[in-house]
Design a protein around this ligand. Structure first.
Ligand code: NAD
Ligand code: MG
Length: 391
């Protein structure tokens, strides 16, 4: 299978290449992309010999080209958004790992869907922003969309065989998305008002990029995942529930009409869903250790506390509002998380900025990509203005 890895230098990208390296007979890397980490991408190119590599800008692309030439590699180096879409839709590529973080991943991920690829979707923001447009392109082009997000991968594995988007027909009552609760699961509200970026990115169970780590701390990550589940499985908002499960061993569950509940369990390591999606419908070694239930000992469950984690409710609100609301929610979240990481906004300000942005941007339909990008632009502009007004 020939692969493009978008966002190869990130947490998911590195885990993907770790799985790929275990199966040289099965996978061939055609293209790798990274935004600014020239040295990391150069090392990956030396290991995997891709035909193409893409950097964020011309200067970094030149530096990478020089490094690769010195190593005697013939990788063609490109840069910019057009190049990302190009390597996501190359005729010779079978599968595209979509692991760019945030709205920047939308266009190349959509390009992969339009080209009818096997799309391994980690970039949840793409689906949150553009769910209807994205799913329509997947159907039209006959692309195979496989979720990498551990919860959605678990749901995919637990849904009826050949599930075609009708929960009632499949006998499915509810989708139960598990959440670790993040680093502040038990932190009181008054303490949350002064937590730092360092505390927020220190996740108890998963090692991830900075943006998704903050999303886990606010639990907006779970909110985005509710919207992601809606689009992936055609599930209405009131049939998707969030369950706090601090051990992160059950990655999600599907509740059936007959009382059966099916779940996928495993150690919290993204190489499991990555290997699952890369090889589907086969199973391959991912490098993840076998689950030791005796070491795990017990599994706990709690209801989410919406007073301390209002972002979950904001995401449900955006999902129910339809139209541009989810794209606006995502844009405001990206602006607010960046401000928090820059120490320009306190932790609890993130949810406040998002709520105020949802109130400020008028409802609109999003029939196509242009409308989605306009909703993203409006959401960012409104969030930046609200942020400026605070300080
Ligand atoms: P990361 O920050 O570690 O990596 C992000 C990647 O995107 C890097 O390769 C970076 O170079 C690239 N990138 C960043 N900005 C870019 C831009 N403007 N243009 C092009 N490329 C850009 O993030 P991550 O943790 O690997 O997460 C990637 C995606 O996967 C996110 O959407 C995240 O929500 C999702 N995801 C991650 C995990 C996880 O465990 N890390 C789990 C589930 C879902
Ligand atoms: Mg997840």
């Amino acid at each position: 299978m020939k692969l493009t890895v978008l966002g190869a230098t990130g947490s998911i990208g590195v885990s993907t290449l770790d799985v790929v390296a275990r199966h040289p007979d099965r996978f061939e890397v055609v293209a790798l992309t990274g935004h600014s980490q020239v040295e990391v991408l150069a090392a990956q190119c030396r290991q995997f010999h891709p035909a193409y590599a893409v950097m964020g800008n011309a200067t970094d692309a030149q530096r990478l080209a020089l490094l690769l030439k010195e190593s005697g590699l013939r990788t063609e180096v490109m840069h910019g958004a057009e190049a990302l879409a190009q390597v996501a839709s190359l005729a010779e590529v079978d599968a595209v790992m979509a692991a760019i973080v945030g709205a920047a991943g939308l266009s190349p991920t959509l390009a992969a869907a339009r080209a009818g690829k096997r799309v391994l979707l980690a970039n949840k923001e793409a689906l949150v922003m553009a769910g209807a447009v994205f799913m329509a392109e997947v159907r039209r082009a006959g692309a195979l969309l496989l979720p990498i997000d551990s919860e959605h991968n678990a749901v995919f594995q637990s849904m009826p065989h050949n599930y075609a988007g009708d929960m009632t027909r499949g006998g499915v009552r509810r989708i139960l998305l598990t959440a670790s609760g993040g680093p502040f699961r038990t932190t009181p509200l008054d303490v949350l008002s002064r937590v730092t970026p360092e505390q927020a990115v220190a996740h108890p169970n998963w090692s991830m990029g900075r943006k998704i780590s903050v999303d886990s701390a606010t639990m907006m990550n779970k909110g985005l995942e509710v919207i992601e589940a809606h689009w992936l499985f055609n599930a209405p908002a009131d049939r998707i529930e969030v369950v706090i499960h601090p051990q992160s061993v059950i990655h999600s569950l599907v509740d059936y009409e007959d009382g059966s509940v099916l779940a996928q369990l495993g150690n919290p390591d993204m190489r499991t869903p990555i290997a699952h999606a890369l090889a589907w419908p086969e199973r391959i070694d991912s490098g993840v250790a076998a689950l030791d239930l005796f070491a795990v000992g017990r599994l706990d469950f709690e209801r989410p506390d919406l007073a301390r984690f209002p972002c979950i409710d904001l995401a449900y609100r955006a999902l129910r509002a339809e139209g541009n609301a989810a794209a606006v929610l995502n844009a405001a979240n990206e602006v607010a998380v960046a401000a928090f990481l820059d120490r320009r906004l306190p932790f609890l300000g993130i949810a406040e900025i998002i709520a105020a942005t949802l109130d400020a941007v008028p409802q609109a339909a999003v029939p196509d990509l242009a409308a989605v990008l306009e909703a993203d632009r409006q959401g960012r502009a409104a969030a930046v203005a609200i942020l400026a007004h605070r300080s």
